[in-house]
Ligand binder design. Structure first.
Ligand code: ADP
Ligand code: MG
Length: 407
């Protein structure tokens, strides 16, 4: 799907002196210090938004930014205020572009603010403090966007949601007045080739906690990939479905048939589906549980699999080394705990060392790559967890669909 780009918008209509409403995904992880001060702990999403902000600030002198943050219940809740994000954004933009943070965005139409404000960037408080955001309410959308000349969406991570700021606002603004920002362009151009079928060998590594979360992606990637490497907790459902004992490992009993169907489909398509042949196990689901390595794929009663074992790591690394394209979603083990992080690190290292085109998607998978400082070694690290997975499921994301280009 082609999207209306910022360049098209700027060429066709001229953005000079216009009022632009910019939807970003500033839903950043935060931390609270001893004194109760909340600050941004991972500014990846802020950095990812900078190219669009800078492009727009060159063309026009005022910008109103909107975003969601966390999951408040449709009313004000200080835990979910965008105030810490405003501070971090101001730091990134530097003294030449000041940021005004506005707590009440409905009382006074936001375009009035842009006229009065001396700051170039105005950030409105969390959209999800209003119930109309999640219900995609037209009146709420109008209240937010009235008076603006253009709407730009660069919130890739929110494009799988039909919310007021991703769907009702662009619908209300109308064609020719809306465009996708640079992050959305970058995300879609990295993910689209995977959906169409990239050069082979195309290796997909999938892990994470549940088969049920990843079912649709698994089925979709099987159409295109040559190798499907399975790790994480979902591997134990596959092993159990094949009659292999997995002890106390996490298994989704009601998904065993589905695992077998996925395996059949892989066989029909000639895809090599590879399950772990050894594991790192422990007696308890605890950070400091002593780690043991199994001899083979079987896990003894009383033990649970918390990571892929060394033989599996080597096998996965070798397959990744021979790939032309690699997509990875879902940690291979409980990477948050050092005893069980080696499997995820092995996949991240293999991708970092490979000459293949490498794409990582999914909130926790991206956290793994950042934990090991390998983000720069990947061709693309997606900022959209759920959105990138839905994209690879082949679903049309509503927030992208409204910005499609007919020309
Ligand atoms: P992503 O966010 O990248 O899509 P998921 O949310 O599906 O990934 O899965 C990540 C979670 O899966 C992590 O919190 C990790 O600890 C957990 N996990 C991985 N392997 C195991 C395992 N063997 N047992 C229990 N949890 C696991
Ligand atoms: Mg996750």
């Amino acid at each position: 799907m082609r999207l209306q780009t910022l360049e098209q918008l700027s060429k066709n209509d001229g953005l000079e002196g216009s009022r632009v409403l910019l939807r970003l995904d500033l839903n950043c992880p935060v931390k609270t210090d001893g004194g109760g001060q909340i600050s941004v702990s991972d500014d990846t999403r802020i950095k990812a938004a900078l190219p669009t902000i800078r492009y727009l600030l060159e063309k026009t002198d005022k910008l109103v930014v909107v975003s969601h943050f966390g999951r408040p219940k449709g009313k004000y809740d200080s835990k979910f205020s965008l105030a810490p994000v405003a501070k971090s954004l101001a730091k990134h933009l530097g003294p030449e572009n000041e940021v005004l943070f506005v707590e009440d965005s409905i009382e006074e139409p936001s375009f009035h603010l842009t006229r009065k404000a001396t700051e170039q960037v105005v950030l409105l408080e969390n959209l999800r403090f209003h119930p109309g955001e999640k219900s995609n309410n037209t009146e709420f959308a109008k209240a937010i966007c009235q008076g603006f000349d253009f709407y730009v969406n660069d919130a890739f991570g929110a494009c799988h949601r039909s919310h007021a700021s991703t769907v009702a606002i662009p619908e209300f603004m109308g064609r020719g007045k809306i465009a996708a920002g640079k992050l959305i362009e970058k995300e879609t151009s990295a993910l689209e080739p995977l959906l169409r079928g990239p050069e082979i060998p195309y290796v997909v590594a999938m892990g994470g906690s549940k088969v049920s979360d990843k079912m649709e992606v698994l089925i979709n990637v099987l159409e295109k990939c040559t190798h499907l490497l399975i790790g994480g907790a979902m591997a134990y459902s596959f092993l159990k479905a094949n009659g292999i004992d997995v002890g106390d490992s996490r298994v989704e009993e009601d998904k065993l048939d589905l695992c077998l169907r996925i395996q059949e489909k892989a066989q029909e398509r000639g895809v090599q589906l590879i399950l772990p042949e050894d594991h790192v196990v422990a007696s308890e689901f605890k950070e400091d549980s002593p780690a043991e390595i199994t001899a083979g794929a079987t896990i003894a009663a009383g033990k649970m699999g918390l990571d892929i074992g060394p033989k599996t790591r080597t096998r996965f690394k070798n397959i990744i080394a021979g790939a032309k394209n690699v997509f990875w979603n879902g940690p291979m083990g409980v990477f948050e705990w050092d005893n069980f992080a080696a499997g995820s690190k092995a996949v991240a290292d293999a991708m970092a060392e490979s000459s293949a085109s490498t794409v990582v998607g999914g909130g926790d998978s991206v956290a793994v790559v950042n934990k090991f400082g390998l983000g720069d070694k990947m061709d693309h690290v997606s900022t959209g967890g759920g959105a990138s997975l839905e994209f690879l499921e082949g679903k049309v994301l509503p927030g992208l669909w409204v910005m499609r280009d007919y020309s």
